[in-house]
Design a binder for this molecule. Sequence first.
Ligand code: C5P
Length: 225
Amino acid sequence: MATPIVTIDGPSGSGKGTVSRAVASIVSWHRLDSGALYRLVALVGREQGLAPDDVKRHAEAALAMDVSFLEGPEGERVLLGGQDVTAELRSESAGAGASRVAAWPQVRQALLERQQAFARPPGLVADGRDMGTVVFPRAEVKIFLTASPEERALRRYKQLKDKGSGVSLAALSREIAERDARDTTRRAAPLKPAPDAHVIDSTGLAIEEVVGRVLTLGRSRSLWP
Ligand code: C5P
């Protein structure tokens, strides 16, 4: 039987990372943070000094990069060629770079199999923009998580501030709006709910409530007890 998959897609700041991490941990499934892979491609491109519009070499870099995700005492760490790049990946500029390279079909194609290889027993919780539409179209449960733009900007702001970043809320709101626009209007795998996705608007909801809803959906499909 194929490995069961739950996908959680949505825009930046919708809470999909936090929710998927919590669900995966509660049911002891694997997790894929697909956004981290796009962030890594942008980072590698910058480190290798690639021209910002060199699609071909960014796609080659996406295929070749040596990535591992580690669960440590301070949460998940991302290693690139054995080096911890977690902090660099989290910045809003890494997110903006990611959304630029993510618009290129060649880069998306280069990351496709790598993402699908995360599906291992007992199951996978995958979060991103196109998990339910493109990467795992046969997922057992698909969630599309949204929240108002104001709330998403505020959540990202708090997250970044906790990590010691001096970014302003106004600048962040602007960057998130730009990233949303780019992610939803691009031709390759634009951000949109799969036809069979459960849409959850998390505006005003506590993270526990959203996690609870996802757990209930999985239970109703007998994915876990
Ligand atoms: O989710 P995260 O904010 O880390 O994603 C960074 C960027 O990577 C997004 O703005 C989006 O452009 C891109 N992305 C994507 N497809 C995914 C995950 C992320 O295009 N599955």
